[in-house]
Ligand binder design. Structure first.
Ligand SMILES: NC(=O)c1ccc[n+]([C@@H]2O[C@H](COP(=O)([O-])OP(=O)(O)OC[C@H]3O[C@@H](n4cnc5c(N)ncnc54)[C@H](OP(=O)(O)O)[C@@H]3O)[C@@H](O)[C@H]2O)c1
Length: 306
């Protein structure tokens, strides 16, 4: 009952305000032109009277014409320019004209962008929580989707000692040969040096930090794993064949592991990384008992990334 009565604020939208402002501006411009015209009339009469009536500068007649004619002529040009400004430039090329042109331009550009978008292949939307390294990693996994790690590892993940294998398993060597023949094999410099010579019928890609590392003809030398994966892009089924350092770096990019699990434990200086079995599905497991050709019992296990 005794509360303050709120003062009513006139509600006028932005567009109306713009129109009023524009109308006020136009009135001002026209008034200015009108005043100019009146001044021109008075000024013209004044110079005529001064020249012809009061004989001011009567003798000054350039081109044999009275000087007041020049004054009126110049002033007329100025007045015409002023009128042109008010009725043409400000009327047709004013703020609204500029806005109109801008709208046309923006509409054209939007149409261009839409056209380009329609030509682009559909890209999976990136979740706001996905980090840049995760996106990069995913890209690599997509690009190198058939990368396989092939390894023989004991129960304690030992794979080598003094840059040599620790066991002799003929069947494993045969399987290695049949799977990798005709493919790119990516390896670390130390594994490459553990071979007496390059393996036949395979493209060797050797990773080393040494810039002048000498290799036999046909062997590809790269200086990081990413370049190794790129060098193997032509191959639909490249293999990473070790050793420990390279397995560790390549594991996130692999989607398959061909593991020969040697059923024993060994003392070693090089190990295969521990697998996170929640990321891998075992799709094959073939057991081989120890025999004359194979010093230890082993299983050929194939994992695929889940
Ligand atoms: N059981 C199996 O299936 C199996 C398979 C393969 C090997 N192995 C064994 O594994 C052992 C060798 O493994 P390892 O871990 O010692 O050596 P490795 O992985 O074969 O090679 C390591 C070397 O690779 C180069 N390298 C690695 N990452 C690099 C990178 N990001 N950029 C540039 N160069 C890089 C470096 O060479 P530089 O020093 O020249 O820079 C490094 O010294 C041997 O005992 C071998 O017998 C076992």
């Amino acid at each position: 009952m005794f509360g303050n009565k709120k003062k009513e604020i006139p509600q006028i939208d932005k567009e109306q305000l713009e129109l009023i402002k524009h109308a006020q501006k136009r009135i001002k411009q026209k008034k200015g032109l009108y005043t100019h015209f009146i001044l021109f009339l008075i000024g013209s009469i004044a110079v005529i009277v001064a020249n012809l009536g009061l004989h001011i500068g009567e003798t000054y007649r350039p081109l044999n014409i009275d000087w007041f004619v020049f004054v009126i002529a110049f002033w007329s040009i100025f007045l015409i320019y002023h009128a042109f400004n008010v009725y043409v430039i400000h009327r047709f090329m004013g703020d609204s004209w500029q806005q109109e042109q801008l709208d046309i331009l923006v509409a054209k550009q939007k149409a261009g962008i839409e056209k380009l978008k329609s030509k682009l292949p559909e890209v999976e939307p990136v979740s706001q929580t996905t980090s840049i390294p995760a996106i990069e990693e995913k890209k690599k996994l997509t690009k190198k989707q058939n990368l396989t790690l092939i390894v023989a590892a004991s129960e304690n993940n030992a794979i080598g000692k003094d840059n040599q294998l620790i066991w002799h398993l003929r069947d494993d060597l045969q399987r290695f040969k049949s799977l990798t023949s005709g493919h790119c094999i990516i390896m670390g410099r130390k594994t490459f040096e553990s071979f007496p010579k390059p393996l036949p019928n395979r493209t060797h890609i050797v990773v080393t930090s040494q810039q002048r590392y000498k290799v036999p003809h046909g062997v590809i030398v790269v200086h990081n794993l990413d370049d190794a994966l790129d060098a193997a892009l032509e191959d639909k089924h490249p293999y990473v064949i070790g050793g420990g350092e390279i397995y560790k770096q390549a594991l996130p990019f692999a989607n398959k592991i061909e593991l020969t699990r040697v059923h024993d434990t060994f003392d070693a200086d090089t190990h295969f990384p521990e697998l996170n079995l929640s990321e891998w599905r075992e799709v094959q497991n073939i057991y081989h008992a120890k025999d004359e050709e194979n010093d230890h019992a082993f299983s050929f296990i194939t994992y695929e990334r889940i």
